[in-house]
Design a binder for this molecule. Sequence first.
Ligand code: FES
Length: 159
Amino acid sequence: MALILGAVTVAGALPILVYLWPAPPKGQKKGPVNITLDKPIDQLGDGEAIKFNAPTSPNTAFIMADGGGDNAAGDLAFGGFAVKNGNKVDVFAINCSHLGCSVALNEAAKTFDCPCHGSRFHLDGTVLRGPAPVPLSHLTWKQGDTSSVIQIDGIVLGF
Ligand code: FES
């Protein structure tokens, strides 16, 4: 009896689980993405930021760790910035939290500026000027094999 009840439960729950956590499309694979920065991360000066892009062969994206506005945890980004803020390094997705345009580093002002509607962000990702409603999204990362390499949570899109 217990065996039949267990089999019925599994048979009933399986379609729901597949619906909630579908397998990625064929060829897609989540995992750490190795990015080689233009400068070793331990040589960044305070307030220095480096832009990087996701690999394109094969097409790869970074997975946002948090968000708000037009960004959300789990959304994809195709570029980002590594920034030395005091004694820590922040890694942000390049997407503006307003409507998702790519922000650019304003080296003179030490800000990230969005060309679309004028939002500006401090180097710690917080909003300096709207209409962006919330800070830039973080990317989850760790040091790679050398100080020039960081590993960022991402997904190989396979196309
Ligand atoms: S998308 Fe950046 S300000 Fe609108």
